[in-house]
Design a protein around this ligand. Structure first.
Ligand SMILES: *Cc1c(COP(=O)(O)O)cnc(C)c1O
Length: 411
């Protein structure tokens, strides 16, 4: 028999979303008439914007002709998309990114999960707590951790608690680490890093030779124009940061799949003999070996996100979700809950009322309001006593959910 990778057995059983599914399924079984409102899962709900659909259809038609047919594309993305990214996501913010620093992919989940492959086995890794589980689980699978303790914290990882006291944006640890995963605007807490927060991280990382993985999947949800959208707006970040962005949340691409990672030329790592190596050359090698680029029609669709119509239509979609977030903040506060986030992110992070545990609150919310949330403890030990409420839903469902929550929990 083939031996398996036993590091997989260290992964926490009964993982968050299956457990939510199990509890929701059991509730529906007992209450088939209940009209559930799902404010749990982080997936978009609005249909694709017309400009995107048109571009994708036109690209499919091109593929149906002798002249327009294309087979394998360039591994790191078509130049038209790479240039659109540079021109629209970076140049207006004063950030210059070269073509060979952009790597188009089929998702930031994959990129944030795969990036660990280009680092040594024994590096020290820090994550925030609560955290997007992909960063942790992929390092567990790769054998970089020991077992999890009773709170779900893996031996060998450095956890940086995100708490009310630090505004859910922990600063650099006191000990040296090699790699840190940061996410802003944050999933799950909805917190956003200020310029000062990022400056502190970048100067610390440059000083210690630490690499920052900056996951900006929700950058389009930033409402406060004075906040940085890219970590490269911070002096020195080109020497220490890898940035990941996705078309998933900003333009409804969760089912279409397109994202990108930026690795600046200056960003290097070292071999055991002390030789310095460009990280982008390793990632490029990985891409060329294990990935065969994103479908042409999908890259044309992503390009259309930057067209004047595409920008306007996706801006309206983001505004739609952010109007939900504002309603939720207000309504949940009116129901007596302490709310965080939701101002520059599509997630509201609430302190559970009456000292309920995250899962007890989940059950109460399900039973008394027929609303599904995500228990904060599922994202890490420091999430205990909190819950995540998502703004990805219709205005009508959000208004109805608020009515029910006020009735169930309001005084
Ligand atoms: C949704 C999400 C992503 C995007 O993932 P894709 O694979 O591009 O759909 C990345 N990071 C975080 C934290 C997310 O919540």
């Amino acid at each position: 028999m083939s031996r398996i990778n036993e590091h997989y057995h260290k992964l926490q059983a009964g993982y968050l979303f299956p457990e939510i599914g199990r509890r929701v399924g059991a509730f529906q079984n007992d209450h088939p008439e209940a009209a559930l409102i799902r404010l749990g899962i982080g997936d978009v709900t609005l249909p694709l914007a017309p400009a995107i659909v048109e571009a994708m259809k036109a690209a499919v038609d091109e593929m149906a002709s002798d002249e327009g047919f294309r087979g394998y594309g360039p591994e790191n993305g078509y130049e038209f998309l790479v240039d659109a990214i540079r021109e629209h996501d970076y140049a207006p913010r004063g950030v210059e990114i070269a073509r060979d620093e952009v790597f188009v992919s089929d998702g930031s989940k994959q990129d944030s999960g795969n990036i660990q492959e280009i680092f040594a086995q024994d590096i020290r890794i820090a994550v925030t707590d609560p955290v997007y589980p992909v960063y942790v689980d992929t390092n567990v699978m790769a054998g970089r951790t020991g077992n999890a303790d009773d709170d779900g914290r893996y031996e060998g990882l450095v956890y940086l608690p995100a708490t009310e006291d630090n505004g859910f944006m922990p600063g650099p640890p006191s000990e040296a680490v090699d790699l840190v995963y940061l996410c802003s605007p944050n999933n799950p807490t909805g917190a956003v890093a200020s310029r000062e927060d990022l400056e502190a991280w970048v100067s610390w990382a440059c000083e210690h030779g630490t690499v920052l993985i900056f996951d900006a999947a929700y950058d389009a949800f930033i409402q406060d124009e004075s906040l940085p959208r890219s970590i490269y707006e911070i002096e020195g970040a080109r020497r220490c940061a890898i940035e990941m962005r996705s078309f998933s949340k900003r333009a409804g691409f969760t089912g279409i799949r397109c994202a990108y990672t930026v690795i600046p030329a200056e960003l290097t790592g070292s071999t055991s003999s002390g030789e310095s190596v460009e990280l982008r050359s390793l990632w490029s090698r990985r891409h060329a070996t294990k990935f065969n680029s994103v479908p042409y029609p999908v890259q044309r669709a992503a390009e259309a996100v930057f067209s004047p119509d595409g920008q306007e239509q996706t801006r309206q979609q983001v505004a739609y979700y952010m109007a939900n977030a504002a309603q939720l903040r207000e309504g949940l506060a009116a129901a007596g809950m302490t709310v965080f986030g939701g101002e520059n992110a599509p997630y509201i992070w609430i302190r559970t009322p009456r000292g309920l545990s995250s899962w007890d609150f989940f059950d109460r919310l399900l039973e008394e309001a027929q609303v599904v949330c995500t228990p904060g403890s599922g994202f890490g030990a420091s999430g205990e006593g909190y819950a995540r409420i998502s703004a990805f839903n219709s205005h009508e469902n959000v208004a109805e959910a608020i009515r029910r929550i006020e009735k169930a929990f309001g005084s």
